[in-house]
Design a protein around this ligand. Structure first.
Ligand code: NAP
Length: 336
């Protein structure tokens, strides 16, 4: 649940930005500099996925930066340029009327001439009943959030991408032993991360296995072992662990728009190639919500820039075509 915001914000904006990852904040910086006076609604996890990572080593210009610090700086940058940042969550978005209508968790209601969607993505789960049963009690999707609880213990990570490898490396700060379990015999992660993983003395990799079941105690609810299956032979083996981190990728956070916009590739918002224009004029999408290929902080930021520029052009072209007069509607309103 997001906290409601005590500061005032307009009830109408020319540009509403939904989401506070690199795409949202970059859109806010560009839109502010274009004098659009954007309002950005941060959502349930202000700062987005980078706030639950640690070292970021591929943000240009910074050899190394902590994910949360990077996001604090992006928020400060957007504010300094004049964006209104609202700590609240959009619970409903109506794109069938003009101006568009957003209802917020605090009870506030906003209208907008144009919208930039930058809601990002969320961790995917395997969908096993026992994964669900032990979620929060030994099953996690966030090593930076929960790694601390496994000091001196043995843990496993499921997956073979950058996230899985980074989670495994991070967990070595706490756990005695970390086992990465991957369904194939080669990793998808960047080579530099693979090299770090494979030479780490606390990490072992179990190749060609998938997770069948999480087993443990009911009182108190806690994980004790994993049941793994060899994907080629079907052979079953058990692995004693106190925790398991699922890191099998991310799914686009499309709940607000999945019944209103054209989607593709399993739920990503479809945009016109080379632009951020969605199937509804005046609605733009940027970052992990629309990108099923690159999904990097820097590409998200780039798309946030594109979305602000696309929105600026669209608003300029349509300002004489019946959009409400923003000046008349910019009365500030106190949120609940
Ligand atoms: P990802 O690259 O899509 O990798 C997901 C991994 O989970 C793959 O190894 C996949 O196996 C495995 N997997 C998927 N479904 C599974 C299932 N049902 N059972 C078992 N394994 C399953 O996802 P990600 O690692 O979260 O990364 C997402 C994006 O963010 C990527 O573009 C990545 O580069 C980026 N990212 C970048 C950084 C960085 O630059 N430092 C850090 C984190 C993430 P297969 O390999 O067999 O498909």
């Amino acid at each position: 649940m997001s906290a409601s915001n005590s500061e005032t914000h307009p009830t109408h904006t020319r540009l509403l930005i939904i989401g506070s990852g690199p795409a949202g904040y970059t859109a806010a910086v560009y839109a502010s500099r274009a004098m659009l006076e954007p309002v950005l609604i941060q959502g349930m996890q202000p700062g987005g996925q980078l706030t639950i990572t640690t070292d970021v080593e591929n943000w240009p210009g910074l050899t190394e930066v902590q994910g949360p610090d990077l996001m604090v700086n992006m928020e400060a940058h957007a504010r300094a340029m004049g964006a209104t940042i609202v700590t609240d969550t959009v619970t409903r978005l109506d794109l069938s009327v003009r101006p568009f209508v957003a209802e917020l968790d605090s009870g506030a209601r906003m209208t907008a001439d144009a919208v930039v969607l930058a809601t990002g993505a969320q961790a995917r789960w395997l969908g096993l009943p026992t994964e669900e049963k032990f979620k929060g009690f030994g099953v996690s999707a966030c090593a930076t959030c929960d790694g601390f609880f496994y000091r001196g213990k043995r843990v496993a990570v499921i997956g073979g991408g950058n996230t899985a490898v980074e989670e495994a490396l991070y967990l070595t700060n706490f756990a005695d032993k970390v086992t990465l379990i991957h369904r194939r015999d080669s990793l998808r992660a960047e080579k530099i991360l693979q090299a770090r993983l494979l030479r780490h003395p606390k990490i072992e990799v179990i190749w060609d296995h998938d997770l069948q079941e999480v087993q443990g105690s009911d009182k108190p609810l806690s994980v004790e072992r994993l049941v793994l299956r060899h994907v080629k032979t079907g052979a079953i083996r058990e692995l004693d662990v106190a925790g398991v981190f699922v890191a099998i990728g991310h799914a686009p956070a499309n709940e607000l728009v999945k019944d209103q916009l054209e989607l593709h590739n399993g739920g990503y918002v479809k945009v016109e190639p080379g632009t951020t224009r969605t199937s509804i004029p005046g609605v733009f999408a940027a970052g992990d919500l629309t990108d099923h290929v690159y999904r990097q902080a820097v590409t998200s930021a780039g798309m946030g820039c594109m979305a602000a520029l696309d929105a600026e052009r669209w608003l300029a072209e349509h300002s004489d075509a019946g959009l409400p007069d923003p000046a008349a509607a910019m009365e500030p309103a106190e949120t609940v």
